[in-house]
Design a protein around this ligand. Structure first.
Ligand SMILES: [Mn+2]
Length: 323
């Protein structure tokens, strides 16, 4: 069934000469990598096509390549592919009704079909894994640069193969990439993991100031004064939230920071044991079962979200105690 979908996607790509690829706002490496890799794949196989990867660039992800600015009003007969995003209200810089046909390639849970054609696999570690699968199940060809981007997307979204979404298929596809394109891993890991010492110090600040309650809920509100003291940017905390995995005392942990430009509180949530995406969805957010986020307008809403997460941890502890 999935195999037929891979073929349908390639058929649609062949049909259109103008293709726009979009992903979620506040992109992570998997979102950017899958978007840029897919653009490069289409250009590599169909050099005459006009392919654009749209959305705001994040300077720390520049090594994946540049993004394109387009005027959607000038498109007449274009295909839109959204990657790594389950809903249109989370898509950065693309409007569904400007396009003749829409495709979604994603691994986030979502009930509603929102595109004409959807390849959604919640068992996939990453959108980059899905795109690698697409490549190995069709006649699409790639080169070493594309293979590197796909590899980096898989590595980051699976948190270096730590998360439960990592499967035999993940390793087998990664093995294909490594063998077929002779990937040199160290330069890629340098791109992904090199940090300034200020970021490590900031991480220590979080370790020392995060509150952890008796139910294993850990939380911290990071203010902009602290962010400027450590000379990090406002997205730094969200990029290090996975590093708090495997802490014995934590069931669920959440970081809140305030994005002054957008005027919103950004909350990152991770969990080891408690399903959290349904809670995040109630607070203008969503994501995976154990990795979610939310964007909130007021500090009161942040407190309400934290209270809901705390309640979920309490319920989990009670259930564990009763059994
Ligand atoms: Mn992803």
């Amino acid at each position: 069934m999935v195999n037929a979908k891979f073929k349908s996607i390639v058929k649609k790509i062949k049909e259109f000469d103008e293709i726009v690829i979009a992903r979620h706002i506040g992109p992570d490496p998997d979102a950017i990598a899958s978007q840029i890799a897919l653009r490069e794949i289409i250009k590599y196989n169909y050099p005459h096509k006009k392919v654009y990867a749209v959305g705001a660039m994040v300077s720390r992800f520049k090594y994946f390549g540049s993004l394109d600015k387009i005027d959607e009003a000038t498109l007449t007969n274009a295909l839109l592919i959204i990657v790594d995003v389950p809903r249109f209200d989370r898509v950065d810089a693309a409007y569904k009704n400007r396009y003749k046909y829409t495709i979604k390639i994603d691994h986030h849970p979502c009930e509603e079909g929102i595109c004409d054609l959807e390849l959604v696999d919640v068992s996939s570690s990453s959108t980059c894994q899905l795109i690698t699968e697409l490549v190995y199940n069709t006649k699409l060809k790639i080169n070493k640069e594309i293979a590197e981007k796909l590899f980096m997307g898989i590595v980051t979204d699976s948190d270096r193969f730590l998360l439960s979404y990592t499967t035999a298929k993940t390793f087998s596809l990664v093995a294909n990439l490594m063998r077929d394109y002779k990937l040199d891993l160290m330069p890629l890991y340098n791109h992904i993991y090199e940090r300034g010492i200020n970021e490590r110090k900031f991480e220590s600040y979080i370790v020392n100031n995060m509150k952890i309650n008796e139910y294993g809920f850990g939380y911290i509100k990071i203010d902009n004064k602290t962010i400027s003291e450590f000379a990090v940017d406002s997205s730094t905390a969200s990029n290090m939230i996975n590093d708090f995995n495997f802490i014995k005392e934590l069931n669920v942990w959440a970081f809140s920071s305030f994005d002054e430009k957008a005027g919103i509180y950004k909350i990152n949530i991770r969990s080891r044991n408690v399903v959290i995406n349904d809670i995040a969805e109630r607070f203008n957010g969503g994501g995976h079962k154990f990795a979610s986020g939310a964007r909130l307008k007021t500090e009161e809403e942040v407190d309400e979200l934290f209270a809901a997460l705390d309640a979920a941890c309490q319920a989990y502890c009670k259930e564990k105690h009763d059994n």
